[in-house]
Design a protein around this ligand. Structure first.
Ligand code: NAD
Ligand code: UDP
Length: 310
């Protein structure tokens, strides 16, 4: 049985990835310190003999007994609200945490995939964003703690690849949504759902004309699975290229929830990217991956899961 370590396992993406690898017949070792994750996301896995869990902060030395075939490094605050509240932890988990996990991968001769982000493109001047674009990031702005940690993550991962010959994979994840997102994590979709379901005002920042391209979680998980098992070692975008304005996203949530809430407009956060859309040509050609879930169905599935939470 192949053994895989997943950091950030109690989080939104880490818990779905844990489910996927269990389903594919792997032994999964989850690791998380519950900084932004929830035990409920993985409590269904605790009874399984194929799953074990370490409550550990990956910025501290990481030890896992036995062999490892793969490592997925997903630990990191991911919502702008979370990483603005925890700037130092965010910088540390992207830098020291990644260093520890690359060291572990080298020691165990394991292949490691690290979770990078579309934020490495910053407020992009190239649209849609191809992997070859170097980005437009403000290192000292409020988002710099996340963006630069992820850019360092990519740099040190490539260095371990070339210098220590560690097998590495880098995924640049674009906005992903679905069940198990924290409804209070501040990201646009869970916030809009929470507000709509409570008939509170929907807070759209700026004029709502900024765009994002939302990918449903099952599509992202399939893309990551394919990337891990591929032989491609350079960064690759995984996301859904269907781009919408944030105002449109708010309106779609209002319609699905049949809510009486009104949209109100608030100040746009500093350095909030004006546009974002992945160019997924590489993922299509190299991995044979394209997203399959329509936004209408993905939003409905997300709503159904949030209903049982509220
Ligand atoms: P999340 O906050 O739900 O999950 C992150 C998990 O990491 C949490 O369970 C948290 O407790 C854990 N964690 C944080 N610091 C840790 C530490 N020092 N040691 C151990 N565990 C720690 O966020 P998510 O949306 O699941 O994001 C997961 C990863 O994917 C992150 O690396 C994020 O940067 C990346 N990503 C996510 C998206 C997205 O749209 N969801 C987009 C781009 C990149
Ligand atoms: N946003 C918003 N209202 C909210 C939360 C977010 O209008 O209550 C906007 C935010 O300013 C950004 C977009 O929605 O333009 C996506 O924000 P999110 O926090 O989900 O992720 P980002 O893509 O900015 O990392």
């Amino acid at each position: 049985m192949k053994r895989i370590l997943i950091t950030g396992a109690a989080g939104f993406l880490g818990s779905h990835l844990s489910d996927k690898f269990i389903k594919e017949g792997y032994e999964v070792i989850g690791m998380d310190n519950f900084l932004t994750g929830k035990e409920e996301n993985i409590s269904h896995l605790f009874p399984l003999k194929e799953f074990s869990f370490y409550n550990h902060d990956v910025t501290k030395y990481v030890h896992v007994p036995g062999h490892l075939d793969y490592i997925l490094h997903f630990a990191s605050p991911a919502s702008p609200i979370d990483y603005l509240k925890m700037p130092i932890q965010t910088l540390k988990v992207g830098s020291l945490g990644t260093h520890n996990l690359l060291g572990l991968a080298k020691e165990k001769k394991a292949r490691i995939l690290v979770a990078s982000t579309s934020e490495v493109y910053g407020d992009p001047k190239e649209h849609p964003q191809k992997e070859s674009y170097w980005g437009n990031v403000n290192p000292i702005g409020p988002r710099g703690v996340y963006d630069e940690a992820k850019r360092f993550m990519e740099a040190i991962t490539m260095a371990y690849n070339t210098f220590h010959k560690v097998e590495t994979r880098i995924v640049r994840i674009f906005n992903t949504y679905g069940p198990r997102m924290r409804m209070d994590d501040g990201r646009a979709l869970p916030t809009f759902f929470a507000q709509a379901m409570r008939n509170e005002d929907i807070t759209v920042f700026g004029d709502g004309d900024q765009t994002r391209s939302f990918c449903y979680v099952s599509d992202l998980v399939d893309g990551i699975y394919k990337l891990l098992l591929s032989d491609y070692q350079f960064p690759i975008n995984i996301g859904n290229p269907q781009e919408i304005t944030i105002k449109q996203a708010a309106e779609e949530v209002l319609k699905i929830t049949n809510s009486k809430s009104k949209i109100i407009y608030q100040e746009l956060p500093v350095d909030d990217p004006k546009v974002r859309q992945p160019d997924i040509t590489k993922a299509k050609e190299l991995l044979g991956w394209v997203p399959k879930m329509s936004r209408a169905k993905g939003l409905q599935l997300t709503y159904d899961s949030f209903k049982s939470e509220i």
